[in-house]
Each structure stands twice: as structure tokens, then as C-alpha cells.
Design a binder for this molecule. Structure first.
Ligand SMILES: O=C(O)C(=O)C[C@]1(C(=O)O)C=C[C@@H](O)C=C1
Length: 361
């Protein structure tokens, strides 16, 4: 048994520290309320400030001396800021539903749990609802470390005028889930999103080679569907398992242990610099010799680091290539604006999708 006196003394200490934390969080929340008043009196209706949130989290991570690690500490502050923002004005965030998808997990990781998350049926719908002002922001998957780009999201940007205002990365752990009617020896069907089935291909080949693999609109949808079915399993994450009351037969069945997905936050406003930013652009290039070299050379000459170059077929048929390019730096930075001016003058079309803080968590 622990020493009772020592335990009591330590718990008294924790009680008194909690009182101080409580008073400080309340003081911080009152400050946020005053910030809201300042914004309102300036006629500014935008309460969520991603560049400021990134700065707050980076500052906390730089100052943290343990024993909690930087990510853990930032997550706590993420939730405090989320609650403070909800006091100013609750933020409404649409995501690719139903409830329990990895996209919802990404939305909550980025905005914290005080955000109101709204499930929608398709990526296009998320874009539409943000554009219509029915929600403040949207979260869409853009790229998986195992399976590559999510082309549907890229293509939707071609027809949209929305801005990218943030990015969030999520480690993706898949589990094989079953309802009460299914035994592990009698699984004849495995439901999941096509990307998730692909991310677990080798595991399925090894463990359930004969089971039919059925692609559905999301892994949460797969989890929802198998609840009452016999001989069926779903591949989905923790949130879906919990939400639909399913049992995890096998955990972390993704073929690559570092499997992660990058999501983008889309909104209507452009975001000021945070000090550590990225920019995404779409360019349409004429089909001429040296076109790709001419496009990329100004980045190199101006010391702008490219983080991704992705090609998609142009849908107008007018231009042969459309490139999605991500690079480090904010569009307001002199070297970035010089590159954008130069690139804009040589390509058929250039659209800046947005400059936004690099993912902190
Ligand atoms: O600094 C602001 O503009 C605030 O509204 C305060 C605060 C915070 O809690 O720190 C809250 C919400 C914003 O998204 C950014 C920061």
C-alpha cells in the first residue's frame, strides 16, 4: 500500500494546483471574450484565426520542458483554445461523413472538441456548404502516405473558388471490426472505403484471402452497415468502432505502420502569415517542350522549397496539364510573390489556392 500520508499530501498539492489552473483558464477565457468584443467593434466577423492558433501552439511547444511531451502539451492547449473560440463564436465545420470517419477525427484534431462538426455525404457537398456559408469551414482528405493523392479532392478544387486555410495530418490505424452476429471464422465479406481496403491489402490477402472486399463511401459507413449483418466485417478506425459499438477482432492491420493521411481545411477567407507557412497553387501549362522545367525553375532560383508537385488531366481539354504545387512560404513573402508573378506570366492559368500555417500537431 502507498504511504497514506504522502499520498494525501501530494493530492492536496494537486488540488491546489488545479485551483490555480482553473483560475488561469477562466482568466484566459475572459481575455478571449474581450478579443471577440474588439473584433466585433471593428466590424470583423471572423473569430477563428488559424495563424494565431498556430503561433500559440508553436510557442507552447517551444517553451515546454516536460515531463509531458510537446504534442501532449499542445493538445491540451488546443482544447483550451477551442473552448475559448466557442465562447467568442462556435465554429461549424463540415466533414466527409457519416459520424466516425477519419475526416471527423482530423476536424476535431485541428479545431478541438468545442467545434461543431457537421457530417456530409460527399466531398463536393463539403465544398458547396462552405461556399454557401452554411458552415464556417470544411475538412477534406487530400493525400495518403500509402495510397497517394485523393484525386477527387484535387479535381474539386479545379471548380472551386474556396481557399485552403490549414492542413492537418493524422496517423491512420485500421482495425478489423465485427458486430455481435459475426465470428472470426465466418467472415465472407469485408466492407470499407476503397482507400482503406488498399491500405490493408496484404493483411487481407494473408488473413482473409477468400472474403469478398466491398468498397463503400467511407469506413464509418462500412462500420454502420455491418452492425446488423451476419458474416461481415468492416475496416475502420477507433472512432467508428466506438460509435457503432463494434468489437475489434484485429488492431492496426494497415500494411505500413507509418500510414497517415493529410487533410486540408477549406474556407472562404485568406489567412495572414503565421511565420511558418505553406502555399498551394494550381497551374495550367501549355503542352510545349520545356514547359515543366520553365514552371519549376523560378522556384529554385528564388530559394522556394517545393513540397509537392502533382499532375492531373485538365478537364477543359484546352490545356494538357494541370499541376497542383505545394511549397514553403506565404504568398505575402517577397520571394514567394516574385515567384508567383513570374510563374503567372509564363503559364496558361494560375490560381493560388491559399497560404496557410504548416500543420503544428
Ligand atoms: O487571438 C485571437 O484572435 C483569439 O480569438 C483568441 C484565440 C485564443 O484562444 O488564443 C481564440 C480563437 C482564435 O482562433 C485564436 C486565438
Amino acid at each position: 500500500m502507498a504511504d497514506d500520508k504522502q499520498l494525501t499530501r501530494l493530492r492536496d498539492q494537486i488540488d491546489s494546483i488545479d485551483d490555480q489552473i482553473l483560475a488561469l483558464i477562466s482568466e484566459r477565457a475572459r481575455c478571449a471574450q474581450q478579443v471577440a468584443e474588439v473584433k466585433q467593434s471593428a466590424g470583423d466577423a471572423v473569430f477563428y484565426r488559424p495563424e494565431r492558433e498556430a503561433q500559440v501552439l508553436r510557442h507552447i511547444m517551444a517553451k515546454n520542458q516536460g515531463p509531458l511531451d510537446n504534442e501532449e502539451m499542445a493538445r491540451l492547449f488546443r482544447e483550451i483554445m477551442s473552448a475559448c473560440l466557442a465562447l467568442e463564436q462556435p465554429v461549424k465545420v463540415a466533414f466527409l461523413g457519416p459520424e466516425g470517419t477519419f475526416t471527423q477525427e482530423a476536424a476535431l484534431k485541428h479545431f478541438g472538441h468545442s467545434a461543431v462538426t457537421v457530417p456530409l455525404g460527399a466531398i463536393d457537398e463539403v465544398f458547396r456548404e462552405v461556399a454557401a456559408g452554411a458552415v464556417n469551414y470544411g475538412v477534406v482528405p487530400v493525400e495518403n502516405s500509402t495510397e497517394g493523392m485523393i484525386n477527387h479532392t484535387l479535381d474539386t478544387f479545379l471548380d472551386s473558388t474556396l481557399n485552403i486555410c490549414g492542413e492537418v495530418e493524422l496517423r491512420i490505424h485500421h482495425h478489423l471490426l465485427v458486430g455481435p452476429n459475426t465470428h472470426s471464422d465466418h467472415i465472407t465479406r469485408v466492407y470499407s472505403h476503397s482507400q482503406s481496403l488498399a491500405q490493408c491489402r496484404q493483411w487481407l490477402d494473408g488473413h482473409y484471402p477468400k472474403a469478398e472486399r466491398i468498397a463503400v463511401s467511407s469506413n464509418a459507413e462500412a462500420a454502420k452497415r455491418i452492425k446488423g449483418e451476419w458474416n461481415s466485417a468492416a475496416i475502420a478506425g477507433d472512432m467508428a468502432a466506438e460509435l457503432y459499438g463494434l468489437t475489434k477482432l484485429n488492431e492496426k492491420i494497415e500494411d505500413r505502420p507509418d500510414n497517415s493521411t493529410r487533410f486540408l481545411i477549406i474556407g472562404r477567407d485568406s489567412i495572414p502569415p503565421s511565420g511558418d507557412d505553406k502555399t498551394s497553387i494550381i497551374v495550367a501549362v501549355r503542352n510545349e517542350p520545356g514547359a515543366l522545367h520553365n514552371l519549376l525553375e523560378p522556384f529554385h532560383r528564388n530559394g522556394v522549397d517545393l513540397t509537392r508537385v502533382e499532375t492531373r488531366p485538365s478537364r477543359t481539354g484546352k490545356w494538357t496539364y494541370v499541376f497542383f504545387i505545394d511549397f514553403l512560404g506565404h504568398r505575402d513573402a517577397p520571394n514567394v510573390s516574385a515567384v508567383l508573378a513570374e510563374v503567372g506570366s509564363i503559364v496558361a492559368d494560375l490560381r493560388v489556392l491559399g497560404s496557410y500555417p504548416k500543420a503544428v500537431l
